[in-house]
Structures are given as C-alpha cells and as structure tokens.
Design a protein around this ligand. Structure first.
Ligand code: HAS
Ligand code: CU
Length: 572
C-alpha cells in the first residue's frame, strides 16, 4: 500500500485495528453522535405516549406530557427528531469514522466537517425551538404536506440540515477521490463503497425536497405565495422520501456486511455479491417514490404500474443481503459448533449486545420487508394506505432493523468515543430484547388494526368509528408502548452511564473496520460512478418523466401557475 502523508494540521487516525480514537476523531465523531442522541431523546419518548393516547381503554391511565399535550405536536416531534435529525447526525458521524478508518486517512477537510456540523446543529436547534414554541402551526408531521404550512423557521431548520449533509457528502466524496488517486487499481474497501452509494443516493434525492421547500413551502410560509399545489409538493417530497429510507438502511447494511460477520465470529459469504447489491440500491432507490402515492388521483395507473415493478426490483438487493449475511451468520455458528440444519440461529452470540442487537434487527426486518412487498403492489396498497399498517411496516424496518443496528453500533462506538467501557452489558441486553419484543408486538397490533381499517395519524382513542377489533388492537399497542418505554429508558441509562459513570477503560478490542478489500474478483468498473449516474438518469426519465408530465398540467396551464392568487386551490 502506498504510504500516506497527512497534512501537518490534521492528526491522522490512530493505528487501524485499535479502538482508541485520536483527539480530533473523538471530538468530531463524538459531537455528531451526541447531537444524534439529543434528537433521539426528544423523539423516542413521544412514541410510547402516542400508543397510550391512541388506545381507547388505556388513554385515561396515562398522563399527558406537560409540553406535548397537542397530539399532532407529539407526532411531529417523534417523526422529525427520530427520522430526520437523529438518523442524519448518526449516519454522518458513523460514515466519517468508517471512511477515515477504512481508508486510513482523515476526512478531506476538517473545517468543512465542522461547518457541516454547525449547519445541521443550528437546524436542530431551530427545529426544536419552532416545534416547542408554536405547537399548533408547526404540527405538520415529518412529511410536512401542504396545504398545511409551518412557520418559516421549521423549513429553515430543514434547509440547514440538508445543507450540512451536502457538505458532509462532499467531504466524503473528496476523501474517496484522494484515496482513489493514490490507489487507482485497487478496489475501495466494501464499507466505503457502500458509503459512496449512500451519499450519492442522498444527494440526488434531496434535490426533490429542496425544490419543494425553497420554491413552494418556504415562500408560502413567508406569505410570498398565497396558494399551493399539494400534488406537486407530494411528488417532490416522495422523490426524496423513498430514497431516504435507503439512506437509513445502507449504513445498517455497512455494519451487517462489513462488521457483523467478524463480530459474530464468521466470514462474509461473498463480497462481489455485496457490491452488486449496493449498485442495485444506487440504481433503484431513487425512481420509486411514487409507490407512496398509489392513492393519489393525479397520477395515471400506468405510472403506478411501472413504479410497482421498480419497487419490487429494489427489494431484490435486500433478498441478496438476507442470503449473503444469513450465510455469514451460519458460518459463524458452524465455527461455534453448530451441526444440524436448524441449530445455527441458536448458536449465535446472543449474549453480546452488539451482535444481538443487529440480529434482532434482522428478525424484525423479515416481517418489515415482507409488509413492504405488500405495500408495493398498487392493488394491495389500496387496502392498507393511510391505515396503521403503514406505521407497523416502518417501525419494523426503520424502528426495527435500522434502529437496532444503530444501537448495536452505538454499543461499541460510544465507549470508543468516551474511552470508557460500556456502562452495563446486562442493561444493554435487556434493552435489546425488550425492544425486539416491544416492536414485534407493536408491528403485529398496528398491522392487525390497519387491516381493520384503523387510520394512521389519528387520535383513535377519541374516534367513535373504531370497530371493537380495531379498539382491541389499539389497546395492545399501548402494551407494546409500555415495553418500548422501558427499553428506551434502559437505552438512555446506558448512554448516560457510559458517558459519565463508567470507570473502566475501553477494552483493548479491534475496530470492526476493514482497511483493505478482500475482494479480488469484482470488476473495477463497479467504481465508475459516472456510468451509474447515467443509468440513473435514464431510469428517472422512464419512471418520473410521465409522472412529472401528469403532475404539471399542460392543458390548463402548468399546475405551478396555481401559485397565483387567482388559482382555485387556495390554502386554508
Ligand atoms: Fe417501506 C412506506 C415499500 C423497505 C420505511 N416505508 C414506508 C414508510 C417508511 C418506510 C418510513 O411500496 C412510510 C412513509 C410515510 O410516512 O408515509 N419498503 C417498501 C419495500 C421495501 C421497503 C418494497 N421501508 C423499507 C425500509 C424502510 C422503510 C428498509 C426504512 C428503513 N414502504 C413501501 C411502500 C410504502 C412504504 C410501498 C408506502 C405505503 C403507503 O401506502 O403509504 C423493501 O425494500 C423491503 C425489502 C426487504 C426484505 C427483507 C429482507 C430481510 C433481511 C433479513 C435477513 C434475516 C436473516 C435472518 C438473515 C425483502 C435482509 C438472520 C438470522 C438470525 C438468527 C438473526
Ligand atoms: Cu418507499
């Protein structure tokens, strides 16, 4: 490997293989993880309170939270803090760390890294301030559909988050470019390959929501525009909203593919297969956002058909992952003495919170992934859209697979940042299993309720139209809420304990990050990103060309003209 000279001003990462972080890493990665945890603190505890408030029987037994009495305010805090801010801070911090350690060089520009952080942090502060101080107006949920319009600061908070994440993306791209110049004939380690995919997807996807915010929502909020176009806004939002879910998932896959096999005591089945899976995510994550709009009237059946097909294609890399990572886990179990066909799931390190968290996430993902396939069929979607089935789906994917994997990562990364051992392994294990049980029950109950027609995003405890079966399943979600509340408390006990009370030093372990690619067989042109951008362009034309043509009305004048005060689509 070529020797690397670090700029004088930047401390290089510590020797690969050790968990010790150099001061700069400790401060920078630490700042991102702490900011993520602050967002999570606000977001996570709103969840159980929503289950209590949606349950007809239990609502009377649970207190309202002093500041968060307005139901939609609590749902907004829950979605915005957990799904947008916690995830983005965590992903950026984690991906910086993996990129630095994997490529054995600091990120391209530390000042740019801090500028990105400052932008996102200011976004977080503005967002929290706005939601807390204007509960009614800012309760537009994490999808912020017009004609609901929030105070301008809400959108400015989002813009700052996006700006920061773009700077972070640029930093990662430039770090990769420098590495590639020094290693033109080498395959980049798999983790960084996946991280590149993730940030490319992110940069393309955020264009949609940026257009929506800058040209539609923010001007409407400032009173510059008097009317709006919900259909166009939804289309721009979901252009972003679907790839967003893979932006959350891919860092979890980085851990499953490149860290978990070693943590579990096995070996990945096939690295080339993993690279192909990530290329598929790159190509098919973006052109499928319309599967969130199967019930929207302004989009033709044929466009919906194309999007169903493409959505089914984007599930294939997850099936490939199940096979590849599943085989790695089987290999780990065989190394630990598993002999029969079905004993390998039991011969895993279920007593290691880092491993147990990720495997529990996988178990939830089996249910979450399959419910996604049901959503993806335009016909079946009609039975579940806007019912509680949808939150069931995304609490098993995002709240299950992704969240548990991030928690698994946190259980080694936080001690590494702090330089102290995890406060309590037993508390961590209890946390993981209560989360697994709680989310399984939540998914079951919300899913069943959805099939009974119980709506999502509604204060169902007050709804006279609830059927007895629907009411029963809403009560069951409150039970799952109690379990998840316990799990959330345990999580923060360990976080606070590790940060402030743990006295033992971080155990001398290895960082689970590979510094070279073990792959000699996948073609180098998989890293020719220009090719993939071209293919994405073509796919977007096929998938979104007709949709955009439909959304922009060429006969009556572009729908965008409805911004004019003469429009017949006024805002309330
Ligand atoms: Fe989704 C709605 C379709 C995956 C998140 N999704 C949502 C929303 C969110 C979300 C947040 O087509 C709601 C948005 C809103 O507020 O309105 N989704 C899919 C499909 C997939 C999928 C086809 N979703 C995800 C992931 C998410 C996520 C991942 C977050 C991280 N989703 C939809 C559709 C809608 C939707 C429609 C709109 C619904 C509507 O009407 O509003 C697929 O990518 C899923 C593929 C996954 C699999 C599972 C593979 C299993 C694995 C585990 C392996 C296990 C092993 C066992 C090896 C096929 C990899 C290990 C053994 C041990 C012993 C541990
Ligand atoms: Cu989607």
């Amino acid at each position: 490997m070529a020797s690397i000279t670090y700029p004088q001003s930047v401390e290089p990462p510590a020797t690969p293989g050790t968990l010790k972080l150099v001061k700069r890493e400790q401060v920078m990665i630490g700042a991102h993880i702490i900011a993520a945890l602050i967002a999570l603190l606000f977001g996570i505890f709103m969840g159980p309170f929503q289950t209590f408030h949606r349950s007809p029987t239990f609502v009377q037994y649970f207190p309202t939270i002093p500041v968060f009495t307005y139901y939609y305010q609590a749902v907004t805090v829950h979605g915005v803090m957990n799904a947008l801010f916690f995830t983005t801070f965590f992903i950026v911090g984690f991906c910086y760390f993996v990129t630095e350690r994997s490529l054995q060089r600091p990120i391209k520009s530390v000042p740019m890294g801090w500028a990105a952080f400052a932008s996102m942090a200011l976004g977080l502060v503005l967002m929290l301030f706005t939601i807390l101080t204007s509960p009614q107006q800012s309760a537009v949920l994490y999808t912020f559909y017009p004609p609901n319009i929030a105070p301008a600061l809400f959108y400015i908070g989002l813009v700052l988050l996006a700006l920061g994440s773009w700077l972070a993306s640029a930093n990662i791209f430039l770090t990769y470019r420098d590495w590639k110049r020094e290693h033109p004939n080498e395959r980049v380690p798999l983790a960084v390959f996946a991280i590149m995919v993730n940030f490319i997807v992110w940069c393309i996807a955020t264009i949609g929501v940026a257009l929506e915010i800058v040209f539609m929502l923010l001007p409407a909020s400032l009173g510059i525009l008097k009317v709006t176009d919900p259909q166009l806004a939804r289309t721009l939002f979901w252009f972003f909203g679907h790839p967003l879910v893979y932006f959350w998932l891919i860092p979890a896959y980085v851990s499953w593919y490149t860290m978990l096999p070693r943590q579990a005591g096995g070996k990945l089945f096939s690295e080339p297969l993993a690279r192909v899976a990530f290329v598929m995510f790159l190509l098919f994550s973006v052109p499928v956002g319309v599967h969130h709009q199967f019930s929207d009237p302004g989009i033709s059946a044929s466009s919906k058909g194309v999007q169903t097909l493409l959505t089914l294609v984007v599930s294939i890399p997850s099936f490939m992952t199940a096979f590849n990572v599943g085989a790695a886990l089987e290999n780990a179990a065989r190394n630990r003495g598993a002999r029969t066909l079905f004993d390998w799931p039991f011969k895993q390190k279920w007593n290691d919170p880092v491993v147990a968290a990720q495997m529990s996430g996988m178990l939830l993902f089996i249910a979450g992934g399959f419910s996604g396939l049901i959503n993806a069929s335009a016909q079946l979607n009609a039975t579940i859209h806007n019912t509680s089935w949808v939150p069931a789906h995304f609490h098993q994917t995002l709240g299950g697979a992704v969240m548990l994997t991030y928690i698994g990562i946190l259980y080694w990364l936080l001690p590494a940042i702090r330089g102290r051992a995890l406060f309590s392994k037993r508390v961590a294990l209890a946390q993981v299993f209560t989360w697994l049980i709680g989310m399984t029950l939540f998914g079951l109950a919300m899913g069943e309720a959805g099939l009974q027609g119980v709506p999502r995003r509604a204060l169902t405890s007050q709804a006279p139209y609830l059927t007895p079966a629907g009411a029963f399943w809403m009560d069951v979600t409150a039970v799952s809420g109690v379990i998840l509340l316990i799990s959330s408390i345990l999580l923060f006990v360990n976080i606070v304990g590790t940060l402030f009370f743990s006295r033992r030093p971080t155990p001398e372990g290895e960082v689970p990050i590979e510094t070279v690619s073990g792959d000699r067989s996948s073609p180098l042109w998989l890293e020719r990103w220009g090719i993939w951008l071209g293919v994405i362009g073509v796919l977007l034309l096929v998938a979104y060309g007709p949709v955009v043509a439909e959304v922009l009305d060429f006969q009556e004048g572009w729908n965008i003209m409805r911004f004019m005060p003469t429009s017949n689509a006024p805002m309330p």
